[in-house]
Design a protein around this ligand. Structure first.
Ligand code: HEM
Length: 120
């Protein structure tokens, strides 16, 4: 059940991020609305809470949990690069955007494989 919440918030998180990048390129004024400023924080907090709940529910701290540490580090990259994307324009914005997307895809693959070094 919690896993479905987790997967839902993952989708909401990436759609709201890509949506905000598109809006800031096309209709930046819309992004000034209070609801659009708050919603991403609510979604990302619930994503984090659902992930932490799954860690305890699955007893992952008693098992081999290196992949969870890798997920959290990559999540910090996704958040940090997301901030760079929203605060910049031009080349910096797009380099950070693809970096954030790479973190997101990495997190997803690590979640499924349970292996931080799946690419080796
Ligand atoms: C952008 C952020 C995240 C993405 C894209 C993501 C992706 C996923 C996916 C796709 C799954 C399902 C894996 C499967 O069923 O095989 C999953 C499960 C899980 N995630 Fe996340 N996750 C994110 C953030 C987090 C965070 C921050 C944590 C922990 C603090 C976390 C902990 C977990 C745990 C424990 C599971 C359950 C693993 C299992 O029982 O099979 N996730 N995640």
């Amino acid at each position: 059940m919690i896993k479905y919440f987790h997967l839902t918030f993952i989708l909401l998180s990436v759609f709201s991020f890509v949506g905000r990048v598109i809006l800031s390129e096309t209709h930046p004024a819309i992004l000034k609305q209070k609801a659009l400023k708050i919603a991403p924080h609510v979604i990302d907090s619930l994503l984090l809470v659902s992930g932490i709940t799954l860690v305890f529910q699955g007893g992952w701290l008693g098992a081999d949990f290196g992949w969870i540490v890798a997920k959290i580090i990559a999540l910090l990259g996704y958040i940090g690069l997301g901030v760079v994307v929203m605060r910049n324009r031009g080349t910096i914005r797009w380099v950070a955007f693809f970096g954030a997307m790479a973190c997101f895809v990495y997190i997803g693959i690590v979640a499924v494989t349970k292996n931080a070094f799946f690419f080796i």
